[in-house]
Design a protein around this ligand. Structure first.
Ligand SMILES: [Zn+2]
Ligand SMILES: [Zn+2]
Length: 269
């Protein structure tokens, strides 16, 4: 028997080939998409089952969920966590196949912010995330958080799929791609993996978030912890706010207060 496909397609040949996607009544209305929602919810029942995309989320195209679960490793400095990090974490938590997101916080101190401080600051944000129970924040066990991610995969004994966090257009894309490639069959790190431990790819289709409404030259550049720390050193709350354009003002003030305390301690002596 022929395997049913999620979309029936007809090819219209004019000057270019257009694929028209149509609802397939034989596919199975209750089959689950990678977004976590059923097949039939990806069509508009009021408009002759127009393939409009998922009714419950941003998912445009139905892709059948194959049941595999993934742990996302997110290594970084997080001194401190900013909007770019938060948005990426949030995108992963909303994926049905993502079971866990491990944030691996590096040990290097930056402008008086230690690893311990970074862990506490990151924790402040967790309460406002959807599916926050999927997220853990851990100190990286090795000098480099990326090395910690390699070791994490190497030491995993139970069957699991791992991926390194990245957005498709972010500056971390290269390292995530490299992490994936090195763990594929025939490559350097493949033999170190236990049976049924795999490294897979889930890239988030998201453009890195850029600064807006700043009073200095960093407008339109990607949000970064370096610029954020500079705002703290300058005690410049107006620009500091721009590191968290989607956060609630009370939360921003809370983070600001913590950072100013650290900054005052650093410059005291
Ligand atoms: Zn979907
Ligand atoms: Zn959906």
């Amino acid at each position: 028997m022929k395997k049913e496909q999620p979309y029936l397609t007809t090819i219209t040949t004019t000057t270019e080939t257009i694929k028209n996607r149509k609802y397939n009544p034989k596919f199975g209305d209750d089959k689950v998409c990678e977004c976590g929602h059923p097949y039939y919810r990806h069509f508009d029942s009021y408009e002759q089952m127009d393939p409009v995309g998922c009714k419950y989320c941003q998912c445009y195209e139905f892709k059948e969920d194959d049941g595999t679960k993934v742990t996302v490793l997110f290594p970084g400095g997080f001194k401190p966590m900013h909007q770019g990090h938060l948005n990426l974490i949030q995108e992963y938590t909303q994926k049905h196949k993502v079971e866990k997101i491990k944030i691996l916080v590096g040990p290097k101190e930056r402008d008086g912010i230690t690893q311990a401080d970074a862990l506490l600051l990151a924790d402040i944000f967790m309460d406002r995330l959807y599916n926050k129970e999927k997220v853990t924040i851990e100190p990286s066990k090795y000098p480099s958080p990326v090395l910690t991610a390699f070791k994490e995969v190497e030491n995993a004994k139970d069957p699991c799929n791992f991926t390194l966090a990245t957005s498709k257009k972010g500056k971390d894309y290269e390292r995530a791609h490299d992490f994936f490639t090195k763990h594929q069959k025939g490559e350097k790190y493949y033999d170190l993996l236990s049976h049924n431990v795999n490294v897979v790819k889930i890239d988030i289709d998201m453009t890195p978030i850029k600064y807006r409404d700043r009073t200095d030259e960093y407008n339109e550049t990607p949000i970064s912890s370096t610029v954020l720390r500079q705002d703290v050193v300058n005690k410049d709350f107006v620009n500091f706010k721009t590191n968290y354009p989607y956060e609630n003002i009370n939360l921003i003030v809370q983070i600001w207060t913590e950072l100013i305390i650290l900054e005052n301690n650093r410059t005291k002596d």
